[in-house]
Structures are given as C-alpha cells and as structure tokens.
Design a protein around this ligand. Structure first.
Ligand SMILES: *[C@@H]1O[C@H](CO)[C@@H](O)[C@H](O)[C@H]1NC(C)=O
Ligand SMILES: *[C@@H]1O[C@H](CO)[C@@H](O)[C@H](O)[C@H]1NC(C)=O
Ligand SMILES: *[C@@H]1O[C@H](CO)[C@@H](O)[C@H](O)[C@H]1NC(C)=O
Ligand SMILES: *[C@@H]1O[C@H](CO)[C@@H](O)[C@H](O)[C@H]1NC(C)=O
Length: 387
C-alpha cells in the first residue's frame, strides 16, 4: 500500500515538473514569477481542501481501523474464544504449581454466555499401557460431544493409539505416582487440573487401566448428570485401618471426627474439582502426617471434601470392587470369570441411595480386570454397552 502511494506521488511530481519545463521554454522570466506565485497559492489551497476533506469525511478513521485489525500472527486477541476454546494440545510445560494455580481460576457467574454442552472427563490413572482400551473405545465412540479423555501414565505410550482412537494424543504431562503416597494424590490433582482447563468438562471420573464400564454411555451420562451428589467414597472407620491412621498433629485443620476413608476411584463435579486443585490448607498436613501405614490416597480427598462440601457428597463410589476374597488387594477377574451371571451380580447386587431414593443400581464401573479378560469382555459388550 505504501509503495503504491509513493509511486502515485512520484507520478504527480513528474507531471508537475514536465509542465514547468514546457512553460520555461516558451514564456519569459518576467512573466514566469506571477505565474509561479499563482501556482504556489493554488497548490496550498488544494492541499488545505484535501486535508479538511479527509478529516471531514472520516477517511482517516477508516485508515486507522484497517491498521488496528492487522495484528501480528503470534499475538492472540482477548476475545471470548480464548477463554472457552478447549486446548488444542494437552502437552504443556507448566510446573505443577503453575498448573494448579491456572486450573483454580474459575468463573463466578452461574450462567455461561455461550452454548455449553457439559462433558464428562474420563481420567485414566495408569501405571503402564491401557490393555482394555478397545472396550472404552466401544463405550465412547459416537458420543464425542459429551466426553473428554485424559491419561496420566508413567510410560509415554502416546504413539500406540491411532489417530481415530479416543485416546489419541490424550496423555498429559505425567510423573511417577506410588500407591499410598502423596505422589498418587499429586497425579490425581494433575489429572483434575488438566481436565479443568477445558471449560466444558463438568464431571470428572478417575479410572485405572483395570476398570471397565458396566452400562452404556447414555445410561452413565444420565446417571451422573442427574445426580444431586458427587460419588466420592467417604466413611468414618473406627478401626485401626481408619481412625487408627489419624495423626494428632493434623489438628486443628483436621480433627479425628472429621477424618474419613474412601476408595480413590471417585466421580466429582467441577465445583469439587476446583476445591481439590486450590487446596493449600490440608495438603501440607496430609503430606507430612499421613505416610505409610497411613495410605494418603484413601484419606486426603474424602476428608478434605467432607470438611469443605459435606452436602455435595454421596459418600459412596460408583466403581464396583470385590473385597470378598479377603486380603490387602481386591479380586482381579480374568477371562474365565466373565459371563452374564457375573454381570448381573455387579449390576443388581447392592442397595444404595440415589438422589435420596433406594436403588439397586449403584455401580457404573467395575474393577479389577486383567488384560486376559479383554476378549471375553468384547464378546459380552454388545449386551452391556450397546448404545
Ligand atoms: C515454558 O516455556 C517457556 C517458553 O517457551 C519458558 O519461558 C518457561 O520458563 C517454561 N517453563 C517451565 C516451567 O519450564
Ligand atoms: C455424606 O456425609 C456427610 C457428612 O459426613 C453428610 O453431611 C452428607 O449428607 C452425606 N451425604 C448423603 C447423600 O447422605
Ligand atoms: C434397602 O435398604 C433400606 C434400608 O436399609 C430398606 O428400607 C429397603 O427396603 C432396601 N431396599 C431393597 C430393594 O432391598
Ligand atoms: C442403554 O442401556 C439402558 C439400560 O441398560 C437401556 O434401557 C437403553 O436402551 C440403552 N440405550 C441404547 C441406546 O441402547
């Protein structure tokens, strides 16, 4: 644009100069002076008129608005999009401290000024790969508007999922997590914080590589979205494995009456997830005073959420597990265990409350299943997961 203006002015000058030269050849110097004066006056008047015209008709403002819309490519405009668009890539270089701080930023107006379809964040906390992935693919495919997937894994196995997989590029920056240690809670907070960065995620489910779904997607979505409570296991266990793990130095932040225990496999809503990532009050106490044989991943979230938001909790998990075989670990099921009777045992075994009413539908997920169960699970899936 500039070079064109420059050319145009050059052209003008050439015209003026040639006009002067032709005059010089024919007219005598005495007659030239008044002519030159007249020409000068004419030029000044012309300049004055054009400047005031530009001012008057706002040509200037058009010019400025054009320049202001030309923003350097690497600078982002402060539009609403910047705040509501899900991150295009999950990988980032934020430290945990930076991430938790960022994730704790939350809107305080109840209504969203845009069409927000609330999603469930399926958060997989895994040691190694995800052997039961095909079952989850089967559950999730076709419901893209209503879910997000996040994987915290100690092995970087992004490459093993194809571009069409629901797990493709869903790994978050991960660190070593040890059972019963604070590093496990750190990993869970990391998952929550990463999932909170997508404003459309409203419910957050923690799952492991040995978990399976036991209902179809529509049923799971309805159950979670219509619930008045979050499904965090939380109970007061008077035994040495409950209250016995409490340390007196946790008070006054946590008293023995407030001490809770529960399975780490939770489902919480966005409000509770923000409570978890923003916590700087209880975290240091648990980190210092709940070390094995106090298994912090069984106590930290149930206790702090019971103190902060007791009425929001269902105090039970929606992940079925079988402790009936006894011992320190729950039963693991393989190929030979999978049949319809087994599933009806999971689906109709319990008696629990849902929105204040008794129901036998208490679990949406189950654990633990070994990789060898996959084939049998895929065969029975059409009966259980069809949706
Ligand atoms: C992340 O990357 C940016 C530049 O790309 C750098 O300035 C910043 O220090 C990095 N942060 C961490 C925690 O590595
Ligand atoms: C869960 O327990 C808390 C206190 O421990 C209680 O306030 C809350 O009402 C319980 N939730 C349900 C659904 O009963
Ligand atoms: C579930 O338990 C409650 C209270 O213990 C009882 O009143 C109710 O009848 C039970 N429901 C079923 C289906 O067993
Ligand atoms: C999902 O499961 C529910 C209950 O198990 C069933 O009633 C419903 O028909 C299933 N949905 C679809 C679309 O098959």
């Amino acid at each position: 644009m500039q070079s064109r203006v420059f050319q145009l002015e050059e052209g003008k000058e050439i015209i003026v100069v040639t006009g002067g030269r032709t005059g010089l050849n024919k007219v005598s110097p005495s007659k030239l002076l008044p002519l030159l004066g007249f020409f000068l006056a004419f030029t000044i008047i012309f300049l004055f008129i054009s400047v005031s015209t530009i001012k008057y008709y706002g040509i200037k403002s058009v010019v400025t608005s054009v320049t202001s819309s030309i923003v350097p490519c690497n600078e982002r405009r402060n539009d609403l999009d910047k705040w509501i668009k899900r991150p295009a890539v999950l990988m980032h270089n934020m430290s945990d401290e930076e991430l938790l701080w960022r994730a704790s930023i939350t809107p305080h107006r109840k209504e969203y000024p845009f069409n927000r379809v609330p999603k469930i964040a399926f958060m997989f906390l895994t040691m190694g790969p995800l052997p039961l992935a095909p079952l989850w693919e089967r559950l999730l495919k076709g419901h893209e508007k209503y879910y997000s997937v996040y994987i915290h894994s100690q092995v970087s196995s992004s490459a093993m999922f194809s571009a069409s997989s629901v797990f493709y590029r869903r790994h978050i920056p991960s660190q070593v997590a040890e059972w019963g240690r604070m590093t496990m809670c750190d990993a869970e907070r990391r998952l929550l914080a990463n999932a909170l960065l997508d404003i459309s995620n409203e419910w957050f489910i923690l799952l492991s590589e040995s978990c399976i779904p036991v209902f179809n997607f529509t049923t799971i979505y309805q159950y979670i979205t219509k619930s008045k409570h979050s499904f965090m296991g939380s109970f007061d266990d008077p035994s040495p494995y409950g209250r016995g793990r409490y340390h007196g130095k946790m008070s006054p932040e946590v008293t023995i009456d407030q001490w809770r225990k529960g399975s780490q496999w939770f489902e919480i809503n966005r409000e509770l997830a923000v409570s978890v990532v923003k916590d700087i009050l209880y975290y240091p106490k648990f980190k210092e005073f709940c070390t094995p044989a106090c298994y912090v991943d069984e106590h930290y979230f149930p206790t702090m959420l019971t103190i902060e938001k007791p009425a929001a909790l269902a105090n039970r998990s929606v992940t079925w597990v079988d402790w009936s075989r006894g011992g320190a670990h729950p039963a693991t099921f393989g190929a030979q265990d999978i049949n319809e009777e087994f599933f009806s045992r999971i689906l109709k075994s319990d008696n629990c409350t849902y929105n204040g009413r008794y129901t036998s539908m208490c679990s949406l997920f189950a654990r633990k299943f070994s990789p060898s169960a996959l084939e049998a699970l895929m065969q029975i899936a059409p009966k259980i997961l069809s949706s």
